[in-house]
Every structure is written in structure tokens, then in C-alpha cells.
Design a protein around this ligand. Structure first.
Ligand code: GLA
Length: 733
């Protein structure tokens, strides 16, 4: 709901309210825009006192020629560079006359139902309740207009914000920096919480107190990256799963980004997120516009659990591709760890048969099926079947695999090219490269320059032909290297710093076209595992392979961190062979299965190598997962343990209607002679009763929350246990 309020003193207020939160925007009589309040829901009333009561420091510059009007101390909605606020600005432009000073004043606004598409960019889609406030700001000297577009998702307790710049002047100007959100919070008590990582160690939760100065995370790698997810939150110290105030931002973008928390000399915290300003600029011609990707904003007062549930519901309902929304994700077997590059058509058909026999529904042929690819050194870009290796074409192979009663999916790495490929030989200029310098390889690959529309058209043509020619149910869309030696043979010299963003726009155009033309194909995103697990990709792909690390113990913190924002059905989680290929650990199958059941389940192994006992266990685990799949993939997640010492993890999925509950507990290292420990549950209805499937006891939700489940004596490392509870009628007494 968006309400407006005009006060006698000439202030205009906009109250952007969700079910339980409100963001207040204030337009003062001189056209300055403030965000004096963001927090739990409040009624619309004259809040002029909030800005008026801020004490002013005399040593700061006056703005607008008004004594003691100090922008540097005020909570601005979109602070400019070069005017009187000397903190980090939300944006900076360089005009044709060399000036970098911008003074934006609000000259109008529009409120409308729904939300307009963002040109060329992914975004959270509107639902029936969505309303948008668009504020128009103008710099009168230079003819720059900035539109702040704030959308309210009332039922989801979420907002989105994007920013559009228009050039109404007579000369081009340059955008040097552009955040999508800049929020000034009147406090410095926060902890900055974000996700750290690396290949095989993605999405580890980190937090540290903000301090005077700036804390930031970001990426300059050309992808949102393994190192940091474009997610950051300011939280009360001590915030845990159920307590604490949280302000979270998540960038709907898959490329270079920066998230920062700057504490100024008056202990305000400026929280920003947007395109990374380093090695970025954009020349805006007269009459042209530029849209900065949107950020999702979530506020809550009940800790990280509530925050995650809000992200999950929003992404489920309004972000993930419509064609697969609410549909069960298939249990798949991915051929990578089972056979790497070493296979024949026959061995693949046999592997697919094995997959089907333990209950998998989709067989994915990973790397090595195209060109003459037997290792990483060739053929990426030549998406034609390697007939000699496959023993024929793809058609025959797929037929054989379908004959095993299983669907077929394929691996592609469309954005890269091998130096040893027909594509590179035909178009050496299509690769990202800096003039006069060697093009450096990473995993034996170059990066295609997707800022060049001809490259994108080629990808659309090639992949469309593939998808039209063969019955392919699924594509694993991989991206195995980052950008180096940036440079485009296509862009003029003055637009070279636009390349990284234009690459993303190119990628989004390709994905948009393919998902529009082939909506029935399930896409799984991958970037050497979790190198691009962001909501930008989730607009096009229904799930993401969140890490190449398939060791169940390593997966615990990875899945925990990823689940801060990603709903379970969007996280690919596979049961792999032992010893594990990343860590060498041999963990019990029960533990591997329990951990992988926290997302969209898959297999990364050859079931033929299992002992008969393991095979039976695996078949049962898959059957059980299928029976519970809706509870996991569409239910509510409650993380019960994991933030504490990292030795114990536990989580609970409750079905949408609350009738079915799956509880999982994992302990990494056993500790001898401990006290009797219990696992207290959350997310149950206090007055409802639940029956434990295995032991048959019936207990109330209140009792299970207060007393908890007995963990018993745990005698092994890597211990896992699951409980399936069903809501039942009250027991007769
Ligand atoms: C990347 C992916 C893996 C696998 C290989 C194939 O590393 O993350 O899952 O697909 O590429 O080369």
C-alpha cells in the first residue's frame, strides 16, 4: 500500500507499507528527498519532526543557501556527488563541461499498480497487490533526470528499487557511479552480514561490526562470483535465526557489484548496493536513458529465519521462471563425477539406466559430448555432437536414454570458447581481449564478448537449433572462468568501460530469448559451481548448482549460507560417490542423502559402483525424497542449528499446509560423554499434534518446541538423522 500525506509545512510524505513494514519517503518543500524511516509498519502521520530533530553540526557545508541545512547529516534517499554531502554518493556524473556536481530535486511522482518491466534486465515480477512509486528528480543546470522506482510487494513484506537516468540536455554526459539503493540508517550499532567464499567453499556466512569508515564486499570478476554473493544485511548484534532486526539487500544482477556500509562521523550508517563503480562508466547521449538493475529490500525484526522466509516466498512467487513455478524439480543424475570426459554412447546409456533404476527422473550429460572434447583443452563453442565418441549422433543417444525411462538433459557453456575451436578460428575478434596483449586462458578458455550483439545472436541461433533439433528437457548452463584483460573489439574506445555491464545485458538478452522460445526446458545455472548464484540468474534459471563441492559436511555451511536467500527448489544438491572427489572423505550414505535432501535432489555417481546394501539405501532415499518433495521444494524452511559452533546443523521443512514436517539433524564430529541433548523444533502449530512416522509417538507442537527431540547417544562422526512428522487429530485421552 502506498499512501501520501501533505503537511501544512509543505512536506509531502509517501508511506510504502507492506503487511508489517513501512518505508517513509519525504519530499521537503525544496524538493529534497529523504528516507527518514524504514522499519516495522507505522500509520501515515506527519513525521516532519524526524528530519527537523536531527542536530546540525556547524562545521558542515550548508546546502541550498540555507544556514544550518546540512545534507551530510540527513537521511537522503539518493545522495548526489559534489554537492554538500561529502559521504559516499549514490551516483556520480561527469558532464560535457567537465563538471561533476549534481543537485537533484524532486519535480514529480507517479503511483501506479503493478510494475513496468526494466529494459533488458531481470526483475521481481509484480503480483496482484504490487504498487509502484516513481519519483522524478531533476538537475536543472545539466538536464539530468533521475527516476527512483520503488515497488511494494505488500504480501511478501518486500520492496524493490531501481534507478533510471535520462539525459534531457543537449550534450552527452557520463555516468561514473550508480547505486541502485542507498539507505541512511540513523545508527552505527549494526553488524554487516554477508556471504564469503571461493570455488568449492561458497556462501559462508560472515559478519562483523560496522565501524567509522567503510566495509564492503563486491565483485570485479565479471560474475557475481564465488567470492561474494550480491547479498548484504545490516543486523542487530546478536541477531540469530529468531531474534534481531535485519535490513537486507539483494541485487538482482549477475555481474560486478559493490555492497557497502559506511559509518559517518555522526554515527549514521549508509548502506549501499549497485553496479561496482570501478572500471565502469556509461556515456549517456541526449535523449537516451540508462537503467540500473534493481535491489530487493527486506526488513524484519525476527532474525535471519524470518528474512529468509520472506526471500523464499518472494522468489518463489515472483522471480523464478513461471514455467516451473510450483512444479516439482526432477531428481537427476549428472554424469560429471560418474564419468568426467571418459564415456561412450553405450556407457552413457548404461549410466542412464542405472540412474533410472534407483529412481532418478532425468539424466544429464555433462561436459565432453561435443566437438572433439576429451579434456578441457578444446571444442567449447562448437556445440555439435562428438559422433565418434558417442558412437553416433545425439538423436540415437537420446533415444537410447529415453528407452531407459528417463528424460534427457545436456551441459553447455555458451559464454566461453576454446582457442582450439572452429568458432574461435572463425571469429577471433569475438573474444574479450585488450589490444596488443596476449589473451590469457583460464581452464583453457577465452570469454566470448557478449557486449557484442553479433555474438549474442550467434548464441541464440546455435542453442535454438540444438533445442529445436533434439528432445532436450534440461540445460545445465555453465560458466567456468572470470574476465581478464577486458576489452572489446566491437565497442568504441570511449565505451570500453561499459563492456562488463553490456556483457550482462547481452547474456540476459540471450537467456530471455531462449526461455521465451523454449519455456519447457528446465535451466540450471552453474558457474564452476556457485560462481553466479544471484537473483538475476534466478529470473531465467529455475535452479542453480550452488557448489562443485559435493562432500556432505562441506555442503552444510554452503547450503546454510545459500539458503539465506535461495528457496530450496532453486538449490541443486547432489548425493555423490565415496571417497568424495573434492575432499577424499567417505561419509555414510545416510548422511550424504540427508544433506542433499535440503534442495533439488540429484546424484553425482555411478549407482553400479554401489554395494547392494548402499543401492537399496539410495533407492529408498530417493523414493522418500520424491514422496516429500513438495514439502522440501515448496515448504517453509526453519534453520534450527548451524550458526553456533558449526559442528551441529539442523533444519526443518514444513509443508505449505503444515501437515507434513521433515526434520534433519547432522553432527560433524562426535563428542564423547556429552549431556543429553535435544533438538527443539520451530514452525509447528503449538496446539496441533504430530505423529512421528518411525516411532509412532504423538506430541503437541508446543511440546516439540519446548522440550524437543532426543538426539540420543551419537557414536560416530558425520552422524545424520531425520524425523518425518505428520499432523494428526488430538490423541484420545
Ligand atoms: C564446472 C561445473 C561442473 C562440471 C564441469 C564440467 O566445473 O561446475 O559441475 O559441469 O564444469 O567441465
Amino acid at each position: 500500500m502506498i499512501q501520501t500525506l501533505q503537511t501544512a509545512s509543505g512536506n509531502q510524505f509517501f508511506f510504502l507499507s507492506t503487511r508489517s513494514t513501512t518505508l517513509v519517503v519525504q519530499r521537503d518543500p525544496h524538493g529534497f528527498l529523504f528516507a527518514p524511516y524504514w522499519g516495522s509498519r507505522i500509520p501515515a502521520s506527519d513525521l516532519s519532526y524526524l528530519v527537523a530533530e536531527i542536530p546540525r553540526a556547524s562545521y558542515l557545508a550548508d546546502a541550498d543557501g540555507r544556514k544550518d541545512f546540512k545534507l551530510e547529516q540527513l537521511p537522503q534517499l539518493y545522495p548526489a556527488y559534489g554537492y554538500t554531502d561529502l559521504r559516499m554518493p549514490a551516483f556520480a556524473f561527469t558532464y560535457a563541461d567537465g563538471s561533476r556536481v549534481t543537485d537533484l530535486r524532486c519535480v514529480g511522482h507517479r503511483i501506479y499498480r503493478g510494475k513496468h518491466p526494466l529494459p533488458g534486465l531481470p526483475m521481481v515480477r509484480p503480483d496482484a497487490e504490487t504498487e509502484t512509486l516513481e519519483l522524478q528528480l531533476r538537475d536543472t543546470v545539466q538536464g539530468a533526470d533521475v527516476f527512483i522506482v520503488l515497488t511494494v510487494f505488500a504480501a511478501h513484506d518486500a520492496l524493490t528499487q531501481s534507478v533510471r537516468v535520462e539525459n534531457h540536455g543537449n550534450a552527452p554526459f557520463r555516468i561514473d557511479r550508480i547505486c541502485s539503493v542507498s539507505m541512511d540508517l540513523p545508527d552505527n550499532r549494526w553488524e554487516f552480514l554477508y556471504l564469503d567464499g571461493a570455488w568449492a567453499r561458497e556462501s559462508h556466512i560472515c559478519r562483523q561490526p560496522v565501524r567509522q569508515g567503510c566495509l564492503s564486499v563486491g565483485s570485479l570478476r565479471g560474475a557475481s562470483s564465488h567470492a561474494h554473493n550480491p547479498f548484504a544485511a545490516l543486523v542487530d548484534p546478536g541477531t540469530d535465526e529468531t531474534h534481531g532486526e535485519v535490513y537486507a539487500l539483494h541485487f538482482v544482477y549477475s555481474g560486478n557489484f559493490l555492497a557497502s556500509a559506511q559509518v559517518d562521523m555522526h554515527q549514521n550508517t549508509r548502506f549501499q548496493m549497485g553496479l561496482h563503480p570501478f572500471d565502469f562508466d556509461w556515456t549517456l547521449e541526449p535523449g537516451a536513458s540508462f537503467t540500473a538493475p534493481e535491489v530487493v529490500l527486506i526488513h524484519g525484526e525476527q532474525g535471519l529465519g524470518q528474512m529468509s522466509q520472506r526471500f523464499h516466498a518472494l522468489y518463489r512467487d515472483c522471480l523464478l521462471p513461471r514455467a516451473f513455478a510450483g512444479k516439482p524439480r526432477p531428481v537427476l543424475l549428472n554424469s560429471w563425477e560418474a564419468s568426467y570426459f571418459r564415456f561412450t554412447g553405450e556407457s552413457l546409456t548404461r549410466l542412464a539406466g542405472q540412474a533410472a533404476s534407483v529412481g532418478a527422473e532425468l539424466f544429464v550429460l555433462d561436459d565432453g559430448w561435443f566437438g572433439h572434447r576429451d579434456d578441457t583443452t578444446s571444442s567449447v563453442g562448437d556445440w555439435v555432437p562428438y559422433r565418434e565418441k558417442l558412437g553416433g549422433g545425439l538423436e540415437a543417444l537420446i533415444q537410447g536414454i529415453h528407452g531407459q525411462n528417463i528424460a534427457f538433459g545436456l551441459w553447455l557453456e555458451p559464454e566461453m570458447v576454446s582457442p582450439d575451436s572452429d568458432l574461435y578460428r572463425a571469429h577471433p575478434d569475438w573474444v574479450i581481449q585488450a589490444p596488443g596483449r596476449r589473451i590469457e586462458k583460464s581452464r583453457d578458455e577465452y570469454v566470448l564478448d557478449l557486449s557484442n550483439p553479433a555474438v549474442c545472436d550467434h548464441l541464440i541461433g546455435t542453442i535454438s537449433r540444438l533445442l529445436s533439433s533434439y528432445p532436450i528437457a534440461y540445460i545445465k548452463w555453465d560458466m567456468n572462468r572470470n574476465f581478464t584483460n577486458l576489452g572489446s573489439t566491437w565497442l568504441p574506445a570511449y565505451r570500453q568501460k561499459e563492456q562488463a555491464h553490456r556483457y550482462m545485458l547481452g547474456l540476459y538478452r540471450v537467456l530471455d530469448r531462449l526461455t521465451t522460445d523454449f519455456p519447457q526446458v528446465l535451466l540450471e545455472g552453474c558457474a564452476g559451481g556457485g560462481g553466479r548464484t544471484d537473483p538475476g540468474m534466478l529470473y531465467y534459471v529455475s535452479q542453480i548448482w550452488i557448489s562443485d563441492d559435493t562432500d556432505a559436511l562441506e555442503r552444510l555451511p554452503i547450503q546454510y549460507g545459500a539458503s539465506l536467500t535461495l528457496p530450496a527448489e532453486a538449490m541443486g544438491c547432489h548425493i555423490s560417490a565415496v571417497p568424495n572427489h573434492q575432499t577424499g572423505r567417505s561419509l555414510p550414505l545416510q548422511t550424504r542423502a540427508a544433506v542433499a535432501m535440503a534442495g533439488s535432489l540429484g546424484l553425482e555417481m555411478d549407482p553400479a559402483a554401489l554395494t547392494p546394501e548402499e543401492r537399496t539405501q539410495l533407492t529408498h532415499a530417493i523414493a522418500r525424497y520424491k514422496a516429500l518433495r513438495t514439502t522440501v521444494q515448496q515448504g517453509r524452511l526453519y534453520r534450527l542449528k548451524g550458526l553456533e559452533d558449526g559442528n551441529e546443523y539442523a533444519w526443518l521443512f514444513s509443508s505449505e499446509d503444515g501437515a507434513q514436517v521433515l526434520v534433519t539433524y547432522v553432527q560433524k564430529r562426535m563428542c564423547p560423554n556429552t549431556i543429553t541433548r535435544r533438538l527443539r523444533l520451530r514452525g509447528l502449530e503449538p496446539d496441533a499434534f504430530y505423529r512421528d512416522e518411525a516411532e509412532g509417538w504423538v506430541r503437541s507442537g508446543r511440546e516439540l518446541a519446548a522440550v524437543g527431540l532426543a538426539l540420543g547417544r551419537i557414536r560416530t562422526d558425520a552422524f545424520a538423522r531425520q524425523w518425518l512428522l505428520r499432523r494428526v487429530e488430538a490423541p484420545q485421552t
